[in-house]
Write a protein that binds this ligand. Structure first.
Ligand SMILES: Nc1nc2c(c(=O)[nH]1)N[C@@H](CN(C=O)c1ccc(C(=O)N[C@@H](CCC(=O)O)C(=O)O)cc1)CN2
Length: 296
């Protein structure tokens, strides 16, 4: 039987609608407008597209959007000075530094210079520690989006076996923490895991976040399992450019119970969750209740 396709694009639109309703209420009841600052260093074409969409969607949900586009040769000191200015700006509740950064900039140093309360990417070491210890934190957008889709599809994922294929700080590790927080039995696997197909075959939930085009194959999937594909890989096939995930969609969809497509699955949820996180950061900064259903 063919898998149910989890429509991330439609789900993300619903999340953005909910965010917009909360933003309106914040304005009407408290005269507060959440503000998001996005910092882009350099001219990576994909990053430029993502930053443009973030700005557009921020404005669409009624928030204040600020974009800082810096030259590729911006020094670390200049970038840190801008972050310090944003950390101290009361109209800015969320700050995001678009990744990847040019090689001469120390990503960890830059991320850890953000005010953790404004770190809407959830990459600051304080937020990583808070998430790892089950405390209130800012949660990385892509894993949060995956969790929301899983909760929506399954209701509860408690007790399910989840295998996260990939161990990045941005997706794999926080994803595993979130699944554990929802009482899954979690395995973090990766490209060097011994007998990876057999490990994945034990999973009720497979999160493919390994960064290798179409690596997870249909015969690795337990019949009826849910496949969440985080990969975004631009490949060329039959002379045509194509966007594919880290799971081989055709073969996995034949066996899985549900699957996210690429494009139109996890990707759109990333920006929707960024907006949700900005709203959450704004509510926390103002001592207001957090929006229900939009946090981990
Ligand atoms: N500071 C950050 N940098 C990066 C992050 C991040 O979460 N924070 N994630 C990615 C890029 N990214 C957002 O920044 C992002 C990637 C993909 C999508 C998306 O909607 N993808 C579409 C396909 C779009 C396309 O055709 O290229 C989809 O999957 O349907 C949104 C945001 C790295 N950097």
């Amino acid at each position: 039987m063919a898998a149910t396709v989890i429509d991330g694009k439609a789900f993300a639109a619903k999340v953005r609608e909910q965010v917009a309703e909360h933003v309106k209420r914040l304005k009407d009841d408290h005269n507060i407008t959440p503000g998001l600052a996005v910092v882009l260093v350099g001219e990576d074409p994909a990053s430029e597209v993502y930053v443009r969409s973030k700005g557009k969607m921020t404005v669409e949900v009624g928030m204040k959007s600020v974009e800082h586009k810096l030259a590729a040769d911006t020094s670390e000191a200049e970038l840190l000075a801008l972050i310090d200015q944003l950390n101290n700006d009361p109209e800015i509740h969320g700050i995001l530094v678009q990744l990847p950064l040019p090689d001469h900039l120390d990503e960890d140093l830059v991320i850890n210079s953000l005010d953790p309360a404004k770190d809407v990417d959830g990459f600051h070491i304080s937020n990583v520690g808070l998430l790892g210890t089950g405390q209130k934190s800012m949660v990385p957008c892509t894993p949060l989006g995956c969790l929301m889709m899983l909760r929506d599809h399954h209701g509860s994922i408690s007790g399910m076996n989840a295998v996260v294929v990939g161990r990045s700080n941005i997706v794999g590790k926080p994803m595993a923490q979130l699944l554990l927080g929802d009482s899954c039995t979690v395995t973090i696997a990766h490209s060097r895991t011994k007998d990876l197909p057999e490990v994945v075959r034990g999973a009720d939930i497979v999160v493919a976040a390994v960064g290798r085009p179409e690596m997870v194959q249909g015969d690795w999937i337990k019949p009826g399992a849910t496949v969440i594909d985080v990969g975004i890989n631009r490949i060329e096939r039959d002379g045509k450019k194509k966007l594919v995930g880290d799971a081989d969609y055709e073969s996995c969809a034949e066996v899985a119970g549900a699957i996210t497509p690429v494009p139109g699955g996890v990707g759109p949820m990333t920006i929707a969750c960024l907006l949700a996180n900005t709203l959450t950061a704004c509510c926390r900064a103002n001592g207001l209740d957090e929006p229900e259903g939009l946090t981990a």
